[in-house]
Design a protein around this ligand. Structure first.
Ligand code: MG
Length: 205
């Protein structure tokens, strides 16, 4: 049995439409601490602290205070906020893909494990980010992929379920959770592979 044509496309953000590097934040902030960039990166990059922040368990201010406590950071909150958030760059072929999907009249949504500092900076820097139909963020839902509640939130927001949704994410565990719900999914590695695959699903034959 072939899959139906998806009615909406869902994008993960990190490493799909936006590249990110917490090494940039660590190098910017390290001179204001008693530690070095490598140790600082360990504290903030894919760490238990980041997980708490992206689950909405701690606020930006609490993140700032924890980093200050653990590293001796003595800059102000604004400097910290800017450095922590300025770690993103567009993955151009995927931003173009998003634009073309919208031009074809197909709704798009964001499903991201992220945090309020990242979203603030992404909104300010990347105009394409304003163009999605809806946004499901882990820190607002209080759950991170691959946990079910964040996928349920997306289904409610999109008003669609199962194979009517086409999801693009770079992490296998996130794709597995989507497939378990019956979503069509693409494990993203390379825009040169993903872009034609998306159009094959949206415009079969
Ligand atoms: Mg990702």
């Amino acid at each position: 049995m072939s899959s139906p044509i998806p009615k909406a496309v869902i994008f993960d953000l990190g490493k799909v439409v936006l590249d990110f590097d917490y090494g940039i934040a660590a190098r910017t902030l390290a001179p204001f601490t008693r530690t070095d960039a490598a140790a600082l990166r360990t504290l903030i990059d894919q760490s238990p602290l980041l997980h708490q922040f992206e689950t909405g368990l701690i606020s930006s201010r609490e993140l700032f205070e924890t980093v200050a406590q653990e590293t001796g950071y003595h800059g102000d909150f604004e400097t910290f906020h800017d450095a922590f958030g300025n770690i993103f760059g567009e993955i151009e072929p995927m931003v173009n893909l998003h634009r073309e999907i919208r031009a074809a009249g197909i709704p798009t949504h964001v499903l991201s494990n992220t945090n309020e500092i990242a979203v603030h900076h992404i909104r300010q820097r990347f105009p394409f980010f304003a163009e999605f139909d809806s946004y499901i963020f882990s820190h607002e839902v209080g759950a991170m992929k691959p946990a079910a509640p964040i996928y349920e939130a997306l289904e409610q927001s999109a008003g669609l379920t199962g194979p009517d949704l086409l999801y693009i994410d770079d992490r296998p565990e996130n794709i597995d959770a989507a497939l378990a719900r019956g979503w069509q999914s693409i494990l993203h590695h390379d825009p040169a592979v993903t872009v034609p695959e998306v159009w094959k699903r949206l415009r079969p034959g």
